[in-house]
Design a protein around this ligand. Structure first.
Ligand code: SF4
Length: 469
């Protein structure tokens, strides 16, 4: 990615020299408060595209569009000394800073060349918080007012900056984020001694309060009450980031904190960053936290945001999420007494809790059953993952799942393994399904329905192993 920067930078002849640009692009790569950060995949011969830790990252707009952002630090010269951070004061690394004018020039040149659609701007704390925040504001103000830049801007807030500065910044950018970094006050004290819970929660709270007040004012004027109706005040809301695995907190505690922040500050997203040991310090673990843990946290976060789960239903405060099953399957296995549920009568809230039925699927089921009673074949047409769902549902009173938590658990874990390897099952591809579904619909006897459900070779083999056949 930096080669791309270098080439573009040479052709543009910008004020920023290559050395500084490399340091500042590299320094921003550990911030994952945007969607594509954190992966590195090189292009291969004959292939197109690559993914890189830093440089250009991606984010998603409310309508689902993916946008490319230039991801950059204003400076990596920090007066704070967070133990886990390669830019901390005590680290022996090359330092660099750029001016607001230099950032603007780079953004505009890249934008004109269609390389980017926006900017993700962060910074280490230079001299003090207010000084840094003023420079960040100057940058975004210049972009908006002088260059009339209307692209997307995500700005990282600086802890302890004056509240008037954070409010001013929020008027120029689309999204702001204050990073929580660690899930507890005690870990912050130990690993990021200059930061505190308040240094992050207070600005988050003030910004969300201001957004709410603007929405109420708007409601008085227009009769509509929507947070998105607040004009240019943080239209894309706030996000935050937590490092997972640098401190001893369990997933339960991380999810409780995320849930509280979603409720209190109307956060759009909490990003989880699996800890990577880039710094040698006796207070830090020497092992990576692992991507599976990060993945499970994102799955659980999804359940809280879109499936109506409370964090305490998903995992106990002092526990980690299961590595074997995704959090929804793990919850269902603990609550087998609530299943099976009848597809044709269960509420949408109940359907959302069935493994294999996603949010879209649940609403499709509710809409479709108004017209006719649904069968397993209908579910497959709706792209419901029947191989999982069948253990938890009945369709017109028919049940074709396994019984007993242990057997269902084995089947689900086998399904997860095959999902992660090759898409083997009959229930994966609509094209494969349709001819069989049609022949099934023409016969429609109980025996053929069961045969249909088990007609994939892999499914039959699994069922035989589990003693079902
Ligand atoms: S404030 Fe902490 S995390 Fe941020 S750049 Fe400085 S040392 Fe790194």
């Amino acid at each position: 990615m930096f080669d791309f920067f270098k080439k573009s930078w040479y052709t543009m002849g910008t004020m920023i020299d290559e050395k500084r640009l490399k340091i500042l692009v590299d320094g921003a790569k550990y911030d994952v408060s945007c969607s594509s950060s954190g992966s590195r995949r090189k292009n291969v011969a004959g292939g197109i595209g690559n993914a890189a830790f830093g440089g250009i990252c991606h984010s998603f707009t409310r309508d689902g569009r993916c946008i490319s952002l230039l991801k950059l630090l204003l400076s990596n010269d920090c007066v704070f000394d967070c133990k886990y951070c390669p830019n901390r004061r005590s680290a022996d690394v090359p330092r660099a800073s750029v001016t607001p004018e230099e950032v603007c020039e780079l953004v505009i040149e890249f934008y004109k060349r269609n390389y980017i659609e926006g900017l993700f701007l962060s910074s280490a704390v230079m001299k003090n918080s207010d000084y840094t925040m003023e420079l960040l504001i100057r940058t975004v103000k210049l972009l908006r007012e002088e260059h009339r830049f209307n692209g997307y801007i995500h700005l990282k807030g600086i802890p302890y900056a004056d509240p008037a500065l954070e409010r001013e910044a929020a008027r120029y950018v689309d999204r702001m984020s204050y990073n929580v970094e660690l899930p507890s006050e005690s870990s912050l004290k130990l690993l990021a001694p200059q930061k505190s819970k308040e240094s992050v929660f207070l600005p988050m709270g003030r910004l969300s309060e201001e957004k709410r007040e603007l929405a109420l004012e708007k409601k008085k004027q227009t009769g509509r009450c929507e947070l998105k109706g607040t004009g240019r005040f943080l239209p894309a809301g706030q996000t935050t980031q937590m490092i997972v695995g640098a401190s001893p907190e369990k997933d339960g505690q991380i999810l409780r904190l995320s849930e509280a922040m979603y409720r209190k500050f109307d956060l759009k997203r909490v990003y989880f960053s699996s800890y990577i040991p880039v710094v040698n310090d006796p207070l830090l673990p020497t092992k990576q936290a692992g991507l599976l843990r990060e993945h499970r946290l994102y799955q659980a976060d999804w359940l809280m945001r879109f499936y109506g789960f409370e964090s305490e239903e998903i995992v106990g405060t002092g526990e980690n999420l299961s590595t074997e099953y995704d959090p929804k399957c793990a919850w269902a296995l603990k609550n087998m007494h609530l299943f099976p549920v009848e597809i044709n009568t269960a509420s949408v809230e109940t359907l959302l809790r069935v493994p294999g039925i996603g949010a879209k699927g649940a609403y499709k089921i509710v809409a479709a059953r108004r017209h006719a009673a649904l069968t397993f074949a209908d579910l497959k047409k709706m792209r419901i993952v029947v191989k999982r769902a069948r253990h938890f549902i009945t369709c017109g009173g028919k049940f074709y799942g396994l019984e007993g938590t242990e057997r269902v658990g084995l089947a689900l874990s086998a399904a997860e393994r095959t999902d992660n390897a090759v898409q083997l099952s009959l229930f994966e591809s609509e094209e494969r399904f349709l001819p069989e579904a049609n022949s099934f619909l023409s016969l429609k006897t109980e025996e053929t329905e069961k045969k249909f459900l088990l007609s994939s070779t892999a499914e039959i083999a699994r069922s035989a192993l589990l003693g079902e056949l």
